[in-house]
Design a protein. Structure first.
Length: 168
C-alpha cells in the first residue's frame, strides 16, 4: 500500500514542472471539475404519471414500474407503482399496484399495499390489501382480505384443493 503512494508522489512532482511551462493544461483543469459537478448532482426527479385521457378506450393489459392515472376505459389488467382511477374511468380487469386510489369504477380484483376508495368509488370485486381506507359514500361489492404481501398471487394453496375434487 505504501509503495503505491511513493510511486504517485514522484509522478506528481514530475507533472508539476510540465504544467507550469505549458499554459494549454490550464483550460483542461476547469473541464474536470465540471464533470465532477455533473456526477455529484442530485438524482433526477421522478417523471409525472402517464395519463390515459377520458376519451381513450384501451383493450389489453398494461404494466409499468411508474405511475398511471386512468380517466378513460380499460378492458384488461393493470400493474403499476401508483394507480389512480379517475371519476370518469372504468377498469374491467385486475388491478395490481403499490398504491391504488379509486375515484371511478373497477370491475375486477384489486391488489395493493395501500388501497383507498374515495366517496365516488365503485368497486365490484375482491380487494386484497395491506392497508385500506374506504370513505363514506363509496360503493363496494365483494370481499376484503388483508395480506402482508398482497402483490403476489397466493392462489397456489386453493388450486391443489380443487384438483382432487375434480379428479374424484
Amino acid at each position: 500500500m505504501f509503495s503505491k503512494s511513493k510511486i504517485n508522489e514522484p509522478a506528481q512532482k514530475a507533472a508539476e514542472p510540465a504544467r507550469s511551462p505549458a499554459p494549454a493544461a490550464a483550460p483542461a483543469a476547469p473541464a474536470a471539475p465540471k464533470s465532477g459537478e455533473f456526477k455529484s448532482s442530485p438524482p433526477k426527479a421522478k417523471p409525472p404519471a402517464s395519463v390515459l385521457s377520458s376519451d381513450l378506450h384501451v383493450t389489453g393489459n398494461m404494466k409499468t414500474t411508474g405511475d398511471i392515472q386512468v380517466e378513460g376505459i380499460v378492458e384488461g389488467d393493470i400493474r403499476a407503482h401508483l394507480l389512480t382511477i379517475g371519476e370518469t374511468a372504468t377498469i374491467k380487469g385486475e388491478v395490481i399496484a403499490d398504491d391504488v386510489v379509486v375515484n371511478g369504477r373497477i370491475v375486477g380484483r384489486v391488489r395493493g399495499l395501500k388501497v383507498r376508495l374515495t366517496s365516488t368509488a365503485r368497486v365490484e370485486g375482491d380487494i386484497i390489501h395491506k392497508t385500506i381506507a374506504i370513505e363514506s359514500g363509496a360503493h363496494f361489492e365483494g370481499s376484503v382480505q388483508r395480506q402482508d404481501d398482497p402483490l403476489t398471487k397466493k392462489a397456489a394453496a386453493p388450486a391443489p384443493a380443487k384438483k382432487p375434487a375434480a379428479g374424484a
